[in-house]
Design a protein around this ligand. Sequence first.
Ligand code: AMP
Length: 411
Amino acid sequence: MSATATRVLVLNSGSSSVKYQLLDMSDTESKSGSAAGRLAVGLVERIGEETSRLAHTPLATGGAKRETEGPIADHEAALKAVAAELTADGLGLDSPELAAIGHRVVHGGLKFTAPTVIDEAVLEEIERLVPVAPLHNPANITGIRTAQALRPDLPQVAVFDTAFHTTMPEYAARYAIDVETADAHRIRRYGFHGTSHAYVSRKTAELLGKAPEEVNVIVLHLGNGASASAVAGGRCVDTSMGLTPLEGLVMGTRSGDIDPAVTFHLKRVAGMDEDEVDVLLNKKSGLIGLCGDNDMREIRRRIDEGDERARLAFDIYIHRLKKYIGAYSAVLGKVDAVAFTAGVGENAAPVREAAIAGLEEMGMAVDAARNAVRSDEPRLISPDYARVAVAVVPTDEELEIAQQTYALVNA
Ligand code: AMP
């Protein structure tokens, strides 16, 4: 790597999409907020369809967002299109300033506890995990292979969604099922959104003026997918997602916790097969199943108009959240902070207010005026007297991936 190489390209490859950011790591500390270090950001959607779309924003040049529509056949074509956009801005991937490419990889199993430079053996291991992450890992592998073909000389780093959770003690990670069966099929709780939980728990400590080792934090990552984690002194000790991202909180379209017997019942009594049950619980449940909307803005609007179904969906969502706050308070023993993050957590003040309401005996409260403030910055929303800090801490998974990637290639 050349001494001037300070750029990292972050790739988040989904089954039909690629999200990307090019960051200059020499610039991420000096500025705050979402602009820090960002040279370009973008998204390719609907890969493989006639109506693929590429949206690219060249932040470095201050240029406007450019959008192009038209067929993009596969991930290779998508990445080439992205490379062409970057070249047009003078930020081409052939630049000696590019230090590495960081890839989000959803499932790292138990083996990958930290970011890892990708070689053939690493790719094979990510491939071996496809049975436990059938939707995500194949797309991640495709993204990696495509990027390798584009810049074979460059370090490619995998940053795993599961890695932050590998510190969970065995009694939190294991399901109470037959040990041999569980081990034979690698059935255990892995957790997801790890880069977000890592980033937000660290930022929360920073907001409190403490080192991560000094604080216990409950992180509530509430996006369309949602998960909670209990972080003790910087280490994850429990998280709400499990073998897959289906377990835990009520989400946009996922049920979260459910009696597993419901699945047998759906098969035996409702005549559904596995795939139908899978689609029901992952795509047609949660908020959308309960009220037909998965966007919290729309749900709040309907509640304001007196819509009972939207109200009930909201109440079920909040009830589950409260149960996890209570459970993780007990797991941690002492809680220093509760941090809200992601689309809902960062923007929906009524969710934060309702989730913390009634928890005064646990030292938790929300100050209405502080909760109403909108900002991109980490901030406290609890009153000064509260024993537990309640905070809004915007997540930044791309920055976390870039930082972990950059640190590894400079180690
Ligand atoms: P994410 O998955 O983190 O991008 O979060 C997406 C979700 O955030 C959306 O489905 C909405 O439910 C929620 N969201 C985004 N903006 C707002 C807002 N201004 N108010 C309430 N909820 C929001």
